[in-house]
Design a protein around this ligand. Structure first.
Ligand code: MF3
Ligand code: CO
Length: 295
């Protein structure tokens, strides 16, 4: 017999989504559809991955802070500033809005934000000694906890003018995210989104990091599913309304190979020292596509 992922309530019992409605008037049809895809051998989300309206509300409030923090960084970032100063802006702005920077003390991470410059792929640690210079490209990755709800997004900043090839890397990576967002369609597989992102990078002569990807986000910092940006079409978990995850490809100018800083255990670099770019948004899958809730 087929082993089903999700347990169903009785027809007249309250729906699992927390709406208070009877199951038969709420998610019963939805579950029929899930089971249909599961019979076809496609991985379907657990009910716990589907956000309730109340959770969506909480995540949106968290996202407002996340966006405001990135806007604040955008207005202040400049040549000569240390990444420690960016950390301070993130901490102060977040706390002022009654929220908590999610990275701070997360699995031992020492700062409130990740700042990843040039050949740093991700998880750069802000430092007093790291000064932004003309031509640098930097990813500022902000994550927020507000009333227990999580949001996550990151942007690239170019300090002054940079090498046109580096600017192209930054721009193409942003386009990758936009293309990924357009490829989020409910009742299709996550690999379609991943592949759309990957193809756009490859068509522009770039590579995409394989080992690190996106993630479900909202009730925890990192939830299932794990999100690849190199997967094949028609593979992976089914996307359905109510799922919330990040699209955050790391795009490299040279090789897709990376390595981790042995001293701090966090920072990831490109193997060939060439630059890497990343943009991140958090999306909520809707009935006809998705809503971008952080950018
Ligand atoms: N913000 C990163 C992400 O997008 C996670 C960083 S974990 C941290 O998933 F501890 F380094 F902040
Ligand atoms: Co993320």
């Amino acid at each position: 017999m087929l082993h089903l992922t999700n347990r169903r309530p009785g027809r007249n019992d309250p729906c699992w989504c927390g709406s208070g409605k009877k199951y038969k008037y709420c998610h019963q049809e939805f579950d029929n559809k899930l089971e249909h895809f599961e019979t076809l051998g496609i991985q379907v989300p657990k009910h716990s991955m589907i956000k309730t309206p109340e959770q969506v509300e909480g995540i949106r409030e968290s996202a407002k802070v996340n966006i405001a923090v990135l806007d604040e960084v955008a207005s202040k970032i400049r040549e000569g500033m240390s990444t420690e100063e960016i950390d301070r802006i993130v901490y102060d702005t977040t706390v002022k809005m009654d929220a908590i920077p999610a990275p701070l003390h997360y699995e031992g991470f020492p700062k409130s934000v990740c700042t990843s410059i040039n050949n740093v792929v991700c998880h750069g640690i802000p430092s007093e000694d790291e000064i932004l210079q003309e031509g640098d490209i930097i990813n500022v990755d902000v994550s927020t906890i507000k009333n227990g709800y999580f949001s996550d997004s990151s942007r690239m900043f170019i300090i002054g003018g940079t090498d046109p090839a580096w600017k192209k890397l930054v721009d193409v990576t942003k386009e990758c995210v936009e293309i990924g967002v357009k490829a989020v369609k409910p009742w299709t597989q996550l690999g379609n989104m991943s592949n759309a992102v990957h193809m756009h990078a490859v068509e522009n002569g770039f590579s995409v990091v394989r080992e690190i990807g996106g993630h479900g986000c909202g009730c925890e910092f990192h939830e299932d599913p794990w999100v690849s940006f190199v997967a094949e079409p028609n593979t992976g978990i089914l996307m359905v309304p109510g799922m919330c995850f990040t699209i955050e490809p790391m795009v490299n100018m040279g090789t897709d190979e990376i390595f981790q800083d042995e001293d701090n255990g966090w920072t990831i670099y490109t193997e060939d020292d060439q630059p890497s770019a990343q943009w991140e948004v958090q999306v909520l899958v809707t009935e006809d596509g998705c809503e971008v809730i952080t950018y």
